[in-house]
Design a protein around this ligand. Structure first.
Ligand SMILES: N=C(N)NCCCC[C@H](N)C(=O)O
Ligand SMILES: O=C(O)CCC(=O)C(=O)O
Ligand SMILES: [Fe+2]
Length: 333
């Protein structure tokens, strides 16, 4: 359950990265300390910063945002060449206002890409998301750079989840195998227009309305010179996720909330860009297997703070169905 946090914890995960291929990692003192901090952060805020030491170079982190910014500067006709449609598996470019949160159009544009699914792999549910990703033709570098970045984000997320798995269950591999051994992933390249000024004051548009993320873990790579992402604490205050150079903002999604039986929070957050400048964010969502049946882990049922031994507080969900229902209700096209 979220607390009344006033800022988001910062975690240096390098001791975990150093040991995370060692099956005995949980016994290492450095790992134990990282696990303690992850556990605290996931309980209190559902959000934390992963500080330098995460293993993805600042040059690459910045480059994926810059190349994204260049794309959004193109004329609309150019961007439409990779237009997102239901027939394209909801992959590609989505213009401002086409993403909707609780019925209100968001003031952002985006390119969405997803792990590519084999035809017929997941029946009718999987079919909705089938299709090749649509990448801009120019520059040539775009696709290669993004694919390299995706690979590194998958790797980093797997490692962070080993730490979270130790925190919840004692063993590092709870989120591998049939839960997330073949993780689905989503990458959204997002652009938020600068706030329009009327009578000398910025008019705050909602770049993205209050929502929770759908999967296990999100890695947010945001512009480092604008504060726009806000996280809601238990008391209902919005706490800014002020950018920290070279770090990711990391947060828990709905599937991890269910698996942990609510011990960890998938915290509400929103985006308001009140800067006059265009803001870019690259959000990487690491999810369970597409067909994973997600329900509270036994150990989390026993640990549930409500204390009614063996109680299951959260309902089961099938990840792919959760995603498809979100896409079909929140994408207006
Ligand atoms: N976790 C993901 N994929 N985030 C995308 C933005 C969420 C906002 C969306 N309109 C919604 O209401 O869910
Ligand atoms: O723009 C951001 O900082 C976060 C975006 C976000 O929350 C999302 O796409 O789910
Ligand atoms: Fe989000």
């Amino acid at each position: 359950m979220a607390t009344d946090f006033k800022s988001l914890p910062v975690i240096d995960i390098s001791p975990l990265l150093l040991k995370c291929d060692d099956p005995d990692m949980a016994e290492d003192a450095g790992v134990t300390e990282v696990v303690r901090q992850l556990d605290r952060a996931c309980r209190d805020a559902g959000f934390f910063y992963v500080q330098i030491g995460h293993g993805i170079s600042e040059v690459l982190i910045n480059r994926v945002r810059e190349i994204t910014r260049e794309f959004f500067k193109l004329p609309y006709e150019e961007k439409l060449k990779i237009k997102m449609t239901p027939a394209a598996g909801y992959r590609g470019y989505q213009r401002i206002g086409e993403n909707v949160t609780k019925g209100v159009p968001d003031i952002h544009e985006a390119i969405d890409c997803y792990k590519e699914l084999k035809q017929g792999e997941y029946g009718d549910t999987g079919k909705v998301m089938e299709g090749p990703n649509q990448w801009p033709e120019n520059p040539q570098e775009f696709k290669d750079l993004m694919e390299e970045y995706i690979k590194l984000c998958i790797d980093l997320s797997t490692k962070i989840l080993r730490g979270i798995s130790i925190a919840l269950c004692g063993s590092p591999y709870e989120f591998e195998g049939k839960m997330a051994g073949d993780p689905f992933w989503v990458m959204r390249l997002i652009g938020y227009p600068g706030a329009p000024f009327t009578n000398g004051k910025p008019e705050n548009d909602i770049g993205c309305g209050a929502h929770t993320d759908y999967g296990l873990l999100t890695l947010v790579n945001q512009d480092d010179d604008k504060t726009a992402l806000q996280v809601r604490n238990f008391g209902g205050d919005w706490i800014s996720a002020i950018p920290i150079l070279g770090s990711f903002v990391c947060n828990i999604g709905d599937m991890l909330k269910i698996l942990s039986n609510g011990i960890y929070e998938s915290t509400l957050h929103r985006v308001i860009n009140s800067s006059p400048q265009y803001r870019v964010c690259v959000a990487f969502f690491y999810e369970t297997n597409f067909d994973a049946v997600v329900e509270p882990l036994d150990i989390c049922k026993q640990k549930y703070p409500g204390g009614t031994g063996g109680s299951q507080v959260f309902k089961r969900a099938v990840y792919g169905e959760h995603l498809v229902s979100k896409v079909q209700t929140n994408f207006a096209m």
